[in-house]
Design a protein around this ligand. Structure first.
Ligand SMILES: [Zn+2]
Length: 286
């Protein structure tokens, strides 16, 4: 029987030949490389973006009045730009309910809503059903016109072509106000289509002639809040019109999430429910 002598250093394993060591090292490089490539591939494929460091506005963000009287005056023209068929009711359903009583609102939806990044979905059906839901919602809050730009869902890009199409729409509709996503100061975890839709619209708004204000929603830095306390039930009804996206338990979850956002924004002006905007006067420094 052999005994281990604790005073003796442990015996070395029989040495690996340089050939075996090289093979093992190569195998490790391949495995780790595949893992990194898989993570990078997944990150690139999924449509969400995350700001690891919170973005702070370049200047202080005082309360702004985007000429409220004009905003709610009869005949005011508004161009609303969103990314997906359900965005407008989700983010600003209360404000739209109020504005559409007097304003003429034209809505642009940048993508076709097919969720092509979900490989097992019926994309054609998504397009058809979600466009129908968007039209029903627009009719419900009394919008004037719905324009689909048809870019692929989850893959909206901020290109010169997209900006120019938006400029053309602005020149045709001649809005006094533009409503769009905040591409510069969005929530830290946000859909890339939302940011790109905001980027495209802000660039087009600065390039075009005519509109006086752009009001950016889904923003971390609102400087104007609309009190939607009395429109909350209506907003919930509008959300439920997107039944392919929000139904059953998911509708409840989404309502809770939207209620949390509305309470946060409401707090800023000491009301129960609000919808916040970062308003920028066009052609003038922020
Ligand atoms: Zn969306």
């Amino acid at each position: 029987m052999s005994e281990i002598d604790p005073l003796q250093p442990p015996k070395k394993k029989p040495g690996l030949t340089p050939e075996v060591r090289r093979k093992r090292r190569n195998r490790r490089i391949i495995v780790y490389g595949a893992i990194v490539a898989a993570i990078a591939g997944f990150w690139n494929w999924q449509p969400w973006e995350y700001d690891f460091v919170e973005r702070t506005p370049p200047a202080s963000n005082p309360r702004v009045d985007p000429d409220r009287k004009k905003l709610f005056a009869k005949g005011t023209k508004i161009l609303l730009v969103t990314a997906h068929p359900d965005d407008s009711e989700f983010y600003i359903g209360g404000t739209l309910t109020q504005l559409a009583k007097t304003a003429e609102i034209h809505q642009v939806i940048c993508t076709d809503g097919d969720k092509a990044y979900y490989p097992f979905e019926d994309h054609e059906r998504n397009r058809r059903v979600r466009k129908g839901e968007a039209k029903a919602a627009l009719d419900a809050w009394n919008g004037r016109e719905l324009i689909f730009l048809g870019y692929p869902d989850g893959r909206l890009r901020d290109t010169e072509g997209a900006v120019n199409r938006m400029v053309e729409i602005i020149h045709r509709v001649k809005p006094d106000y533009i409503l769009a996503f905040d591409g510069d100061y969005p929530p830290r975890a946000s859909h890339q289509d939302h940011r790109r839709a905001g980027d495209i619209t802000l660039k087009a708004a600065r390039k075009a002639t005519g509109p006086e204000w752009i009001m950016l929603f889904s923003t971390m830095h609102p400087n104007f809040v609309v009190d939607i306390t009395d429109d909350w039930d209506r907003k919930r009804e509008l959300l439920a019109l997107h039944s392919s996206q929000f139904n059953g338990e998911r509708l409840q979850r989404v309502e809770n999430m939207v209620a949390g956002m509305a309470e946060n924004d409401g707090e800023r002006i000491e009301v129960a429910m609000g919808e916040g905007f970062r308003c920028i006067r066009l052609g003038k420094p922020e």
